[in-house]
Design a protein around this ligand. Structure first.
Ligand code: NDP
Ligand SMILES: N[C@@H](CC=O)C(=O)O
Ligand code: NA
Length: 686
């Protein structure tokens, strides 16, 4: 069939024509009576005007021809053979796990194509809609792919009830836009302001992509292509010249470098919770929304964001709706005793977490003080030690953070600081600002200068970025969590008293019956209870840091220097000597320690190194005390910590948490459980 003989169209616009269905159907009947046949091959793209002048169907005209033919023949189905497997849930070049959509309603297809998805032009769909004819998009190069069926929602419902429950079908973005905001008190209740604005925009030939006006009527904002914004701003400034001068309009502001993200789905806007999930996914990826539009059509929710957030936002929302998996890009800093134990625990638990909890943890980088290992997909945790030996590069914190966070495929990043380094801790602020979650057993940040601690906590409270540090006190024991629970439910802390050092607990639990002090210290170090430098434990500094952390958590404004500390490190060994030298020289002081221990024993007492937060008097202290042998603090063994919370509710019998408070496995376990808490905040099932 030469469609010029049959298909009649009226030009309506420079690049648009309208089919004249009545005339076309009459001509088709005539053509068919002359050419009865079972298979008709018709020319695409071309048609005639009512005056029989050959013309084209303009852009996407071949698809349009097919749809018109389908409509006039009342076809059972129209198939468009193209070079893609179908319509994707998001641009597969930007979202690697985008899926082919089995079905789309006509309206969903419209919305997707408007917002830049490679779907049919909306015009193509209109001829088949009136007869409810489905259009299928298939790949001529891959006939095994079943393609995407675009049809009436009732067909989708009949074929697959579940699909209709997929409230959000796809996500698309349009880049290179600018937002224009016209704002002023003189706009409210003045009819015609919006009309003036958009008439002016039309005058300069700009295309308005979305509009949003709050019901207070004090501002109207809209998005236009970046290349058109200069003209738009100029015309608005000129039209509102006197209103601007009089102050009725306060500004015509332009926000450049924006993108639009649209979520499309037949029922999304009318289904409770769908928009909330969308906004939540954006918030958790630390993406700021500049403007929102949701039509009453219920098919689409549109948000305007900064251009640089566009891909990250697309991936964040897509993974929330499609993967239902919480994926986190992780960077582990400090693969020492605790860090490497954590990596082993992650390795052993990864499959179970994926299968049972839909949590996918990917370690994208491991960094020590000298070398680091980076990987784009996730480091093999079975062989990371060997790979680091082989492929490790020189440690560079900036590059490390950029690698782990810059990996845009995964919307959530967490850095786990397993060092004891205050320089690393000084970066938390910057990381949290960038939207990177921070988890650490390192006490340096929270026990450093008060102002910095307060800034970190404030930063965390204002954002959706999380900072967890349960392992800084009592290792894996739930100390911070217990304290938070008491405070948040309105209890009042009176005192927190306890044995906070696994090392000192171990030492004084075992320093008896003729044991030698320096040997017990060496055992504690060997068991992995001590700080990298055991003098941090023996000096009481480690305990003082924990006291400060709990004091600040309870609202006390104390500095580390406010805590009087009884230092157990012999005076001559306090400065300069290396850890090794310290351990070698410690035996010289064994006698001194034995004397203290024997004196206590003779009095029926034991030595215990305790820390106290005295909330009533707003102070803290750390000292070596003697307790009767029947006191609960005398009953400990191994590296046990015991922490007693005396509060308004627990005034007569304190709430007590007790158990091993140091060691690689329990500490790494505490960090791991913070990681899983983060995953659950980010949407993993709890
Ligand atoms: N041991 C325990 O029971 C508990 C420990 N903690 C805390 O856990 C943390 C780790 O302790 P632990 O594993 O015993 O210490 P380790 O000394 O075994 O490990 C420290 C790690 O940090 C790395 N490191 C140091 N400085 C830097 C830096 N600037 N950049 C990158 N990496 C660095 C070291 O790298 P390299 O190997 O290259 O030198 C090493 O891998 C400490 O903050 C400690 O207070 C908390 C609760 C309990
Ligand atoms: N060195 C610390 C480890 C835990 O914070 C201790 O001994 O308690
Ligand atoms: Na803890």
């Amino acid at each position: 069939m030469d469609t010029r003989e049959v298909l009649i169209v009226n030009p309506t616009h420079a690049d648009q024509v309208d089919p004249d269905y009545l005339e076309t159907e009459q001509r088709l009947n005539k053509w068919y009576s002359l050419n009865p046949s079972k298979v008709i091959i018709a020319t695409g793209f071309i048609a005639s005007t009512p005056q029989n002048i050959p013309t084209t169907l303009k852009r996407d005209g071949s698809d349009f021809s097919a749809a018109i033919m389908g409509a006039i023949f009342r076809a059972r189905q129209v198939t468009i053979w193209t070079d893609v497997d179908g319509v994707y849930s998001a641009d597969p070049r930007k979202v690697s796990d985008a899926v082919i959509l089995k079905t789309l309603s006509y309206q969903e297809a419209w919305e997707m194509s408007y917002f830049g998805a490679n779907v049919l032009h909306p015009r193509t769909i209109s001829p088949v809609i009136r007869y409810g004819i489905p259009i299928i998009i298939r790949n001529i190069f891959n006939t095994s792919a079943s393609g995407t069926k675009i049809c009436h929602p009732s067909i989708i419902e009949n074929e697959d009830k579940k699909i209709l429950k997929d409230y959000v079908k796809g996500f698309t973005t349009i880049d290179n836009l600018a937002l224009v905001n016209v704002e002023g008190t003189g706009m409210a209740g003045v009819p015609g302001t919006a009309s003036t604005i958009f008439s002016a925009v039309k005058e300069v030939g700009a295309n308005v992509i979305m509009i949003s006006q709050a019901s207070s009527e004090h501002s109207v904002c809209f998005a236009v292509p970046e290349k058109e914004v200069k003209a738009v701003a100029e015309v608005l400034e000129s039209i509102f010249d006197s209103a601007l001068f009089a102050g009725r309009i306060s500004q015509v502001a332009v926000i450049s470098n924006c993108s639009i993200l649209a979520a499309v789905g037949q029922k999304m806007a009318s289904t409770p919770g769908v928009s909330a999930t969308l906004f939540n996914a954006l918030a958790q990826a630390n993406i700021n929304i500049l403007a929102i539009a949701q039509g009453c059509s219920e098919y689409n929710v549109t948000v305007v964001l900064k251009r640089e957030d566009s891909i990250k936002a697309l991936r964040a929302v897509h993974s929330r709706f499609y993967n239902s998996q919480t994926t986190m890009a992780m960077g582990i800093i400090g693969p020492g005793l605790i860090g490497s134990t954590l990596l082993d625990q992650l390795r052993d638990q990864a499959a179970t977490l994926k299968e049972e909890s839909n949590i996918d943890l990917r370690v994208m980088g491991i960094m020590g003080s000298k070398s680091m290992l980076l990987d784009d997909l996730g480091i093999d945790l079975v062989k990371w030690r060997e790979i680091r030996e082989e492929k490790g590069e020189v440690a560079d914190l900036e590059k490390f953070v950029q690698h782990v966070h810059g990996n845009h495929v995964i919307p959530n990043t967490v850095l786990v600081d397993c060092t004891a380094d205050s320089v690393i801790a000084s970066h938390y602020d910057d990381w949290l600002r960038k939207g990177i979650h921070v988890i650490t057993p390192n006490k340096k940040a929270n026990s450093g200068p008060l102002s910095e601690y307060l800034r970190l906590r404030a930063l965390q409270r204002q954002s959706y970025t999380h900072y967890f540090y349960e392992a800084t006190v009592g290792a894996g024991l739930p100390i911070i969590g217990t304290l938070r629970g008491l405070l948040e439910t309105g209890d009042k802390i009176l005192q927190i008293e306890g044995i906070f050092s696994g090392t000192l607990s171990y030492i004084f639990n075992n320093f008896k019956d003729g044991q030698v002090f320096s040997e017990v210290v060496a055992e504690a170090k060997e068991a992995g209870y001590t700080e990298p430098d055991p003098r941090d434990d023996l000096s009481g500094t480690d305990v003082a840091r924990k006291v400060i952390i709990l004091a600040r958590e309870s609202g006390l404004k104390l500095e580390l220097s406010d805590i009087p500390v009884e230092n157990l490190v012999p005076e001559p060994l306090r400065v300069s000597a290396s850890t090794q030298e310290f351990m070698q020289k410690l035996p010289k002081f064994d006698q001194e320690f034995s004397k203290k221990q024997e004196d206590a024993d003779t009095a029926g007492e034991v030595l215990r190194y305790v820390g106290v937060v005295d909330a009533t008097n707003q102070k803290g202290m750390v000292e070596l005390r003697r307790y009767k042998k029947d006191h609960p603090f005398a009953q400990l063994s191994g590296s046990d910590n015991i922490i007693a919370f005396t509060t308004r509710r627990y005034r007569y019998q304190p709430l007590i948490v007790r158990g091993p408070g140091a060691g690689a496995q329990v500490t790494a376990g505490g960090i791991f459980s913070d990681i899983l808490r983060l995953a659950s905040y980010l949407g993993a099932p709890s």
